[in-house]
Design a protein around this ligand. Structure first.
Ligand code: FO1
Length: 320
């Protein structure tokens, strides 16, 4: 292993993350950074109560991905899971389940609910689930309080995130996005320490408006990033004017933004010191912003590891 690789292994890296795209980079980082030195600060704005369960899609997507359990086709849920319970709800009780919960996945939701009801925080519960799946990396909810992302759409009014994303297949036109009750939320000690102790802070190529903005809405988090000694670097979610997956480009257009990496860099203005652009995009020229172009299209495991390694090596080259 080259010298820079050893230094990457020894680094403490904190990652703001949500969704399937972010989880791809996360799995690459697990091969480059010692997992016990990786802290993922995960979006919980997608969370909601469903069938009495507390569903945490981005925490579970990341956990299943890093544990090698995730359904590879969808990027969420557990591979080869059945839906016998859901089918029974439908056939026996006439429910029309619009949110697919697999039988193995239900085990996670049942254990999480039980632990929450016994008074453990979402941070403690997430730690417990990740440890039981053998993960040394820390999966930290962005906060322990509920901070749901609310989509205000043209023809459907206010929608909870999963109603927008799953029930309506992110087709409603987005007029605005709000992060409800954010003033009641606070950074957990674990998130505070992860940011303070990080040698590098990354913003994964997650949807800035749907997956990263909720994390930035947690009171004190933006300030903590600005105060952090570590460089903060975002990875572009936009390649050649489009999103790799999901509604990022559609939302940008609906919010009246240019669908470009420059618009994403602008969204993170004041927070980021560096921006990893894609080799297929035009070079980014923004004052006081370090930028490079790497292959951010993570089509396979090697591409995920290469992006992780090259990102950290690039940052090490300019961050004092
Ligand atoms: N996404 C879907 O498109 N359809 C579903 O039925 C669905 C169920 C589901 C269950 C558990 C879970 O952890 C995630 C699930 N997702 C589903 C994905 C989820 O809605 C999104 O991945 C995130 O909320 C957005 O990043």
């Amino acid at each position: 292993m080259g010298n820079e690789n050893n230094s990457a292994l020894a680094m403490k890296v904190a990652v703001l993350i949500g969704g399937v795209g972010g989880a791809k980079l996360a799995s690459g980082l697990m091969q480059v950074v010692a997992p016990e030195r990786l802290s993922f600060i995960v979006n919980t704005g997608d969370d909601f109560r469903h069938l009495g369960l507390k569903i945490c899609p981005d925490l579970d997507t990341l956990m299943y991905t890093l544990a090698g359990l995730v359904n590879p086709e969808w990027g969420w849920g557990i591979a080869e899971d059945s839906t016998i319970t859901l089918e029974s709800l439908e056939r026996t009780y006439g429910l029309e389940p619009w949110f697919r919960l697999g039988d193995k996945d239900l085990a996670t939701h049942l254990l999480r609910l039980d632990l929450l009801q016994r008074g453990y925080s979402l941070t403690e519960v997430s730690d417990c689930l990740a440890r039981r799946l053998g993960l040394a990396a820390r999966l930290l909810p962005m906060c322990d309080e509920d901070l749901p992302t609310i989509i205000c759409s043209d023809n459907h009014g206010e929608l909870g995130f999963q109603e927008y994303f799953v029930k309506h297949r992110w087709q409603p036109v987005v007029k605005s996005i709000s992060y409800r009750d954010c003033e009641k939320a606070s950074m957990s000690p674990a998130v505070t320490v992860a940011i303070e102790e990080a040698d590098i802070i990354l913003i994964a190529p997650s949807n800035p408006w749907l997956s990263v903005a909720p994390v930035l809405a947690v009171p004190g988090l933006r300030t903590a990033l600005k105060r952090a000694l570590a460089p903060v670097v975002a990875v572009t979610p936009i390649i050649a004017g489009a999103a790799v997956k999901g509604p990022t480009a559609k939302i940008m257009a609906e919010l009246g933004l240019q669908v470009s990496e420059a618009a994403v860099a602008e969204f993170y203005h004041g927070i980021i010191d560096g921006f990893v652009n894609d080799i297929r995009n035009q070079p980014l020229d923004v004052a006081n912003l370090q930028s490079t172009r790497l292959d951010t299209l993570m089509t396979d495991k090697l591409a995920k590891v290469n992006l992780a390694r090259e990102t950290l090596a690039w940052i090490a080259g300019w961050a004092s």
